[in-house]
Every structure is written in C-alpha cells, then in structure tokens.
Design a binder for this molecule. Sequence first.
Ligand SMILES: C=CCOC(=O)Nc1nc2cc3[nH]c(NC)nc3cc2c(=O)[nH]1
Length: 371
Amino acid sequence: MTFPFDISATDGRARTGVLKTPRGDIRTPAFMPVGTAATVKALTVDQVKQTGADILLGNTYHLMLRPGPERMERLGGLHKFMGWDKPILTDSGGFQVMSLAGISKVKEEAVTFSSHIDGSKHVLSPERSIEIQADRIGADISMQLDECVAWPAEEPRARSGMELSARWAKRSKDAFGTRDTQALFGIQQGSTFENLRRESSDRLQEIGFDGYAIGGLAVGEGHQAMCEVLDYAPQMLPADRPRYLMGVGKPVDLVEAVWRGVDMFDCVLPTRAGRHGQAWTWDGPINLKNARFAEDQDPLAPEVPCPASTDYSRAYLHHLIRADEILGKILLSWHNIAFFQALTAAMRTAIAEGRFEAFRRDFHARHVSNG
Ligand SMILES: C=CCOC(=O)Nc1nc2cc3[nH]c(NC)nc3cc2c(=O)[nH]1
C-alpha cells in the first residue's frame, strides 16, 4: 500500500514530513535503529521507545536463520515476538548474504548461501524474500531483493548489478502484489555512475513502489564520494515518496544527505560503536575509554532527553567501559540512539522553520571541526 507521505515543509532540497502507516506515524527525516536479531542490541524496546524512535529495522538474513521464518510466523510475527508495536522495516537480506554468509552464489533465479551460524544451506529469491518479510516476519515496509555491488566497481560490473536488481525489483513487486496495510520499497543501484543511477531510477518508477531506497553506498567509497552521488541520486527518485539511504551513517552523513533530499536512514553505528565506548555529542564524537574522562563529572549531553545522556557522569561511563561492564554498553547505546533521534528532530525543526542552511553550517562548526 502506498502509505500517505505528507511533506509539511521543504528548505532547498531538504524535506520534513510524516509517513503515515497503520502501526504509527514516522516523522521524517527519520533515523531507524537497527534491531538485527529481533533486538536493538543492549536495549529494551521501552528504552528504544523513550529515545523517540518511530520505526525499527529488522534484518531478514539474521531472522531467517534464527528463529526461522516459519517459527517467527507461528510466534505471531516480529512485532509480537519482540514487543515492538510501532512500524518495522525489514531489509531483503541480500546485502547481508554477501557480507556475512558462507559460500554464496548469485544467480538470476536466486541467491544460495550457507548459514554463518551452522553452515545450513539457504535460498533467497525475490519471491522468498518478500514472503519472509511481509508474511512471516510481518514487516510494515519490505525491501526488494537487490544486488549491492562492491566498491569500487567498473561500469560493466555496476551495470550488471543494477540490471539484475531492476529485474528482481519487478519480481519482488509481482510477489508482493497489492496489500492494504504493508508497503514495498524499491532500491536504486548503479554504484557511482550517474547514467546507471538514472536508468535504475527510471526502471523502478515504471514498476512503481511505495518508497525508494538508495543502495550501493556506504560501502567504502567514503563521505566525499557518497556526497557526490547524493548530489544527483535522490532527485532522480519521485519527490512525493520517501527516499531512504541504506546503511547511513555518522551524524555528518545524515546532515549532508538530508541537505540533498534524503528522508530515512538506518545504521548500526550508534549501538555498535557505543558498545566500544564511542559516544556522539553535539560537540563531536568522543571515546569514553580515553583517560581524559577519568574524572570528568559532566554528563554526556545534558540537552539530550535521555537518562543515559543526563544522569551519569563521563567518569562513571569511562569506568564502566574500561571495566567492560555490561551497563557501559547499555548506557552508551541508549545515549547514541537518543542522540541520533535528537539530531533528526533538530533537522525536522530547522527545515520547518526554513533555517536548515544555518543548522548545517552550525553543525559543521560545532560537531565536525571537533570530530
Ligand atoms: C537495509 C535495508 C535494505 O537493504 C537491502 O535489502 N539491500 C541493501 N542493503 C544495503 C545495506 C547497506 N549498508 C551499507 N553500509 C553500512 N550500505 C548498504 C547498501 C545496501 C544495499 O545496496 N542494498
């Protein structure tokens, strides 16, 4: 179903709005915490809710290996399983098969691979991926199966991956059919080639999707090269539908992508880097392992409305991380997710008030120069 996407304000290419789904509204620009194995690592769903997150990402690859699609359905689907009653977007599994699975083979018909957990054999076709996401997991937003070509890619290789993804887009849409409570997003590919990204966008629009993701980025090309693709790629996609940049990113990546017209993001960094002591603040990233925090009585970020950001001293967090205490991983993950939510909330307000350019300039001055 094409969920209503009400853009309430624009400022240059930046947009702010609401994607309305049966399970709740998603305020954009939106950051989706990643709930890989039916959990946002180290956090309860209540803690995630408290950060202001409107939607979570689930990973099809992990969930199809464990607990398995049919078991997930017998248990009532992912929302019931993990106790999260707001929207969930699932990825198609394609990307993680390439990066996590054992021997994988990509054929026209499907991707075959062996589980990184127990070596068992699995098949992921566009049709099977849709069945797992929409019918077994019960995702509110499903993603087409695609092929994310490694970077750097020569044009012929980038073309073949883009064309396979476009054929799989059609098969995904046909398998998804028409549903009145769930949506399907297509994925633009084409690596760093403008002509390929244009062809991909045109083929996706001919098929017609409820939203459009920008794939093939944040795969090692670096911030500068990613921004150069984002200088043109988002605008090739329909302006009235959500644009989702997959796997991105650091706070500065979000600001630069919103500036270029992106609406939705997902990234494991807030929780993954948090578990290793990294915290993002308005004054840039810091690592609590650093000795300079050993007697720092200040909280992480008094202006971020999360207990982990306001109620604990940096000295205490330094101690917890140095001691490899579980609570350290919990508090830094919680703070980082809350910071990413505070960042997207601040961008929504800046766009609504027509001052995103000033926001972007101040953000670079305060956050990036220190970072
Ligand atoms: C995740 C939602 C939907 O994803 C898919 O179903 N396929 C897909 N996932 C990606 C994930 C990425 N993460 C990064 N960097 C951390 N770059 C990525 C690129 C892709 C991509 O091109 N396709």
